[in-house]
Design a protein around this ligand. Structure first.
Ligand code: ASP
Length: 404
């Protein structure tokens, strides 16, 4: 299959998978293994890619003297867009009030592990790199790679072969991603079908969505505003690029994000397409995207704000202005703490609920539809990272090439 047919083939995959899960119900579970296999193949690339590309990027950026600038720009982007996303969520949920009149009716507490600020900070470190890798804890691996890259740079000439090794390994891994994409349409179809099948098929799931339809509408509307209006405007204003073309070039990554509900699993593809089609410089993409896949989650932050306010409204609890500011702060933290894996945002949301004094068992009211909303927010997470890479790249140009 030629590369230009990949995006239409993946779109067909989304359609066929949804139709199969909708009609087939439980029967669609019989093809779930194909989706799991696809996910495994994507995930197996994540850690080597994060490690190699991070070392390569940091060493390169440091050598060119642009490391500090890129770090500053990257974190400013992450923070600014996440806060904008949470605020958008709060405005939408306050206007539509989806929770008013909804009964959380005797829902029992789901078994969601709790999290705290200490947990989030602690998740940056490990005493055993291999153990962290085995349990797919991405942040400590990334932090180690970052410091290792810096150390390689300061080791001078002697470290050149090692730097080249990581650069070449990154290129080879991205080649593997490219090959993997040719089975993506099938994997995507199987993943979507299996999830709809697990939810009892289209009709049963539709009834679940309809029961809290206004809430789902608010989440999707908020994500739509952020993804279709805010981020494109920022891209246009800050880089002069066409948002439509930029998004189209990332089409396969956005569809993979939607189908896998995992920013980490999508990362390899986001990197490949950002460099190849959107011409984001390799070092910038290799730094901004892996970090973004774990710490920059606009969609998750927005979703958490809407969900928490929904639970507050349904519980008949008024959240003051101070409480809403607390939501902005904690939802931002919680989205940073969420791993780039399916439904991680649901877990870190407990932090936000506890901060504003809401019952954690309110989560059970939104549990059934979360797998679907997760797909939408993950797509926005990936889109936010990719736009961020373009913006950071455009504004570090003068550092990399000297004053113009
Ligand atoms: N699934 C999301 C991601 O990977 C995280 C979440 O919100 O659950 O980006």
């Amino acid at each position: 299959m030629k590369e230009k047919y990949l995006l239409p083939a993946m779109a067909v995959g989304v359609f066929v998978g949804t139709a199969w899960g909708w009609v087939g119900g439980e029967a669609a579970l019989s093809t779930a293994w194909i989706g799991d296999l696809f996910l495994d193949l994507l995930r197996v690339l994540v850690l080597p890619l994060i490690f190699c590309s991070m070392v390569d990027a940091v060493a390169g950026l440091y050598r060119m003297g642009s490391f500090n600038r890129i770090v500053g720009l990257t974190f400013s982007w992450y923070l600014a867009t996440t806060v904008i996303a949470v605020t958008t969520g709060l405005v939408v949920v306050s206007v539509f009030e989806p929770g008013v009149g909804v009964s959380l009716g005797g829902s029992s507490a789901p078994s969601v592990p709790t999290t705290s600020v200490q947990n989030i900070v602690g998740s940056l470190f490990t005493d055993n790199l291999f153990e962290a890798a085995v349990s797919f804890k991405v942040l400590p691996v990334m932090l180690f790679a970052l410091v290792f890259g810096l150390a390689l740079s300061s080791a001078g000439e002697r470290a050149e072969p090692v730097r080249n090794f990581f650069g070449a390994s990154t290129a080879a891994l991205l080649r593997m991603v490219h090959w993997l994409m040719f089975v993506a349409p099938l994997g995507i179809a199987a993943l979507l079908a299996a999830h709809l099948g697990k939810a009892g098929g289209g009709a049963a799931f539709f009834a679940e969505v309809a029961a809290i339809g206004k809430y789902c509408f608010c989440v999707v509307l908020g994500l739509g505003i952020h993804g279709f209006i805010v981020l494109p405007i920022l891209l246009k204003l800050l880089t002069g690029r066409s948002p439509l073309r930029y998004a189209y070039n990332l089409g396969e990554a956005l569809l993979t994000a939607f189908s896998t509900a995992s920013s980490s699993a999508t990362l390899a593809l986001t990197m490949d397409l950002s460099k190849k089609r959107n011409s984001v410089r390799s070092d910038t993409a290799s730094f901004v995207l892996p970090l973004g896949a774990t710490v920059n989650m606009d969609g998750t932050a927005l979703y958490e704000a809407v969900a928490v306010m929904f639970i507050a409204q349904a519980s008949g609890i008024e959240v003051s202005f101070g409480g809403q500011v607390l939501i902005v702060v904690t939802a931002t933290l919680a989205s940073i703490g969420a791993a780039g894996i399916p439904q991680a945002g649901l877990v870190t949301m407990v932090l936000v609920l506890e901060a504003v004094g809401l019952p954690a068992d309110g989560i059970s009211a939104i549990l059934a539809v979360d797998w679907l909303l997760d797909r939408f927010r993950t797509t926005v997470n990936v889109w936010g990272d990719a736009v961020g890479a373009g913006v950071v790249d455009a504004h570090s140009e003068d550092v990399l090439h000297g004053p113009v």
